[in-house]
Design a binder for this molecule. Structure first.
Ligand code: GDP
Length: 460
């Protein structure tokens, strides 16, 4: 497939480090002509004669003009990121210098790389499968411990391994069916139907587990929307500040999300919590959450994955809280009931609440039990489920393909139930294998690949 792709023979060049001024900038070249190109720019040594995986210091020159003093790293294919001959030039971090070096490579016949083209080549050379290539983009975009872990697990082939097992199961199933078809005249049944049944059930369970993990995968990748709601003076902005003091997350932008509301982002134990409509919390005058029944606050809560309902324990009645709880339950919203200003409350007040509902008591202003609130938030999301070894589906493309895999498995099951002929079963199996292949990239079109890799940054 590789050789058919347009531009495959080209040698490509791009800046691999972020544009702008830095201590150094790394320029990457990949392709069959990369050694020849660097050799013409690096007069002090014959780089064609040097061993792979070595570093060389010297001046880069285009004709008589000295471009920069650089360090050149040599990687001969296939022992390189792309699997092709790769050169990395570490030059000084001036955008002007970097442009000059890139231009010099272009003058010698290299072409500017498209976004993700280095990783695309690694995929086409069989260095990575598609799930691993996509995990490279996820790792670059990861901004928390959990997203880093999930991406790294997949780069190492965690997800591919699960898919491979599935594929092997299906292949052994289909081999038996095909064998049966070859002898169809003789009306023999080689394939033991109960074994078939068990095999498909195992595959189904594995796919269902993967599909189920997408919810968590989404959390890991995009964070959890949290709304802090409650009546004016409950202490919402005090709580917001207490939470932000230690955990404000350093994030640039998160792919796939639009910021139509003002939000603050917290990083608690490696999970991003996106606090929605924090502007509304801060602006006291426009605080419209007079009561929880208000249309807008409901809409806001529905938008959230988790709602923190904050109330002042000293000025809230039990019937009031019961009504709130009822509303939240009815809307099927995940929530935490948090009683604030417990520093002012006596035991009588606390006990009266505690008997009715599980309430977390805090004193936001005193920073009391805010830690416990954070733990509860994390528990609610992870439910202790996420381990480094777990395979979590974080990619919507994989999720949709897995849904198709599940559908085909269900069809196979139904087919077995109805005793349909082997050739029809074989069709369903082929369909199932097709969708599995789409995930790992064994079955893809050029358009699909271009689309996937276009979401990468240039130079990767
Ligand atoms: P909001 O309207 O819900 O955002 O409430 P604020 O955060 O503005 O808090 C209202 C008032 O309650 C302020 O005077 C806060 O200092 C006070 N407050 C907030 N949390 C606590 C607390 O835990 N204990 C006490 N004693 N006062 C608090």
């Amino acid at each position: 497939m590789a050789a058919k792709l347009l531009g495959w023979d080209d040698t490509i060049v791009a800046l691999a480090t972020p544009p702008g001024i830095g201590a150094i900038g790394v320029i990457r070249i990949s392709g069959s002509r990369s050694f020849e190109i660097i050799n013409q720019l690096f007069p002090s040594k014959d780089l064609l004669q040097q061993a792979s995986h070595t570093l060389h210091v010297g001046y880069l020159k285009e004709g008589p003009k000295v471009l920069d003093e650089v360090v050149v790293s040599l990687f001969k294919g296939p022992r390189s990121y792309t699997g092709e001959d790769v050169i990395e030039i570490s030059c000084h971090g001036s955008p002007y210098v970097q442009q000059q070096v890139i231009q010099a490579c272009v003058h010698l016949g290299a072409r500017l790389a498209k976004p993700g083209e280095f990783t695309q080549r690694a995929f086409l050379q069989g260095k990575l499968d598609l799930t691993q290539a996509e995990a490279v983009a996820d790792l670059i975009a990861s901004n928390t411990e959990a997203s880093r872990k999930a991406a790294l697990h997949n780069i190492r082939g965690g997800f591919s391994e699960v898919l491979k097992q599935l594929r092997d199961q299906l292949l052994s199933f289909s081999a038996l069916i095909e064998l049966e078809l070859d002898f169809s005249q003789e009306d023999v049944e080689f394939a033991d139907r109960t074994r078939f049944y068990a095999l498909i059930r195992e595959a189904r369970e594995a796919v269902e587990r993967l599909l189920h993990s997408f919810k968590l995968g989404n959390v890991i990748k995009n964070g959890v929307q949290v709304a802090i709601v409650g009546k004016p003076n409950a202490g919402k902005s005090t709580l917001l500040n207490a939470l932000l003091n230690e955990n404000r997350a350093i994030v640039s932008d998160i792919a796939g999300t639009t910021r139509d509301t003002i939000e603050e982002i917290l990083n608690i134990d490696g999970i991003l919590f996106r606090l929605v409509d924090t502007a509304g919390i801060r602006e006291h005058t426009s605080d419209i959450i007079e009561s929880i029944g208000v249309e807008r606050s409901l809409a806001k809560m529905k938008q959230a994955d988790v709602v923190i309902y904050l109330f002042d324990v000293n000025s809230t009645t039990i019937p009031e809280l019961e009504a709130v709880k009822h509303d939240l339950d009815r809307q099927q919203i995940k929530y935490l009931l948090v009683g604030n200003k417990s520093d002012l409350a006596n035991d009588l007040i606390r006990n009266s609440f505690d008997a009715r509902a599980t309430i977390l008591f805090i004193a936001a202003k005193e920073n009391e039990h805010v830690e416990v609130l954070k733990e509860r938030l994390v528990d609610m999301v992870l439910q202790g489920k996420f381990q480094t070894e777990d395979t979590v589906v974080t990619n919507a493309r994989h999720y949709h393909a897995l849904q198709e895999v599940l559908k085909s498995l269900q069809d196979i099951h139904a087919g077995l139930d109805n005793n349909i002929p082997g050739d029809l079963l074989a069709l369903d199996i082929r369909r199932c294998l097709h969708y599995l292949g789409e995930i790992t990239g064994e079955i893809t079109t050029e358009d699909q690949l271009d689309y996937i890799f276009s979401k990468f940054c240039i130079g990767k």
